[in-house]
Ligand binder design. Structure first.
Ligand code: ZN
Length: 354
């Protein structure tokens, strides 16, 4: 359909053969609008992302109009993390804390994180399932009692630029993966009148209902988008509705659009496939899984069984094995693709058969 489409790549620095790959094509007649799909910004999430890419290509790509629509399909923004089943890149950097507009990688940002840094990275190997779980729970309850649940989550998830072995670390300078994507976004915004970008993630939100997570910089309320896209769950990446983030990729695109291309039509959002759920169990368990995996990565575990358990819990948080979960994820994605692509004028609206 796109006769001029090409496969492009950015090879990561270092000896390993790791590349960010993308298929790009101009529209075949006039570059009116572009559709962008990205996966694997958090490496381990790239497996679900890859399934969504395949779904899009099989079911929706044939419905686009190549005469007016360009395509940019990016497979694995963070190939190192995908290969090694981690969220961060080789330097433990969460790329979704590195898309900074107008500010630096300030090491003093988010000072509250310092108070939970030792809890999140105790600096020792995993020794015992029972003792580690008890220690984790007591510490967690202590921090929540002192800070409150809301402030604890805020400090945990916001991003930090000071603890390289910690969680949600944003590094000290712009990573090459981030620069590669920034260049692509700028190129798309300069070349088209309308830009639509969908970015694939897993891990947060209810287990059996994918959340559309909009940028905190989008001016319309979530309810507006639920109606517009005929989709039941839309949230904004704010402390109230989801959680606040510094250096978010979609926020960066909003800033780029508002500052340099305000006359264009632009929308971007993230598909966030929840795994553990929003229950108390999920809220307690998901940082525990992150802490254990991070600890196992840096400091190892006393035996293979403990190591395997830490890795498996992490895998279930970002790439669940249950078939019924996968089936629901595909159904939710179809509903969101239908709603968004129709509302944004990329495909003909689908009429529900009642
Ligand atoms: Zn993610």
């Amino acid at each position: 359909m796109w006769t001029g489409a090409g496969l492009f790549q950015h090879k990561l620095a270092g000896d390993e053969d790791l590349t960010i790959d993308w298929i790009y094509s101009d529209a075949t007649k006039t570059n009116q609008k572009v559709f962008i799909l990205t996966t694997g910004e958090h490496g381990v999430e790239g497996y679900v992302g890859s399934a969504m890419m395949q779904l899009f290509i099989e079911k929706y790509l044939p419905k686009l109009d190549p005469r007016t629509t360009g395509i940019l399909l990016v497979h694995a923004i963070n190939p190192w993390g995908m290969k090694y089943h981690r969220r961060g890149n080789r330097d433990n950097i969460d790329l979704n804390r590195t898309f900074l507009w107008d500010v630096g990688h300030d090491p003093f940002f988010n000072p509250e994180y310092d108070k939970i840094a030792k809890f999140l990275d105790p600096g020792t190997a995993i020794k015992s399932r029972l003792l580690d779980d008890i220690g984790y729970t007591l510490n967690l309850l202590g921090h929540i009692a002192r800070m409150g649940m809301r402030n604890f989550r805020y400090a945990l998830l916001l991003g930090q630029y000071r603890h390289p072995h910690g969680l949600y670390y944003g590094g000290t300078k712009r990573p090459e993966e981030t620069q590669t994507l920034m260049n692509l976004y700028k190129q798309m915004m300069s070349s088209y009148d309308q830009i639509l970008h969908l970015d694939m993630h897993t891990g947060y939100g209810p287990r059996y209902q994918m959340s559309l997570v909009n940028s905190a910089l989008d001016k319309n309320p979530s309810e507006y988008y639920e109606k517009r896209f005929h989709y039941p769950l839309v949230v904004a990446a704010t402390a109230d509705e989801f959680y606040a983030i510094r250096g978010d990729m979609v926020d960066y695109e909003y800033a780029l659009w508002q500052n340099e291309f305000p006359d264009k039509r632009f929308f971007a959002t993230a598909f966030e496939f929840g795994t553990l759920g929003n229950t108390m169990y999920g809220l307690f368990h998901s940082p525990r899984v992150m802490v254990h995996e991070n600890r196992a990565h840096w400091h190892g575990a006393r035996n293979e069984q403990l190591l395997a358990r830490a890795k498996q819990g992490f895998e279930e948080l970002f790439n669940p094995s249950a078939l019924e979960w996968k089936r629901k994820a595909v159904r939710d994605a179809e509903r969101a693709f239908d709603g968004i692509l129709s509302a944004e004028g990329y495909i003909q609206p689908q009429f529900a058969i009642l």
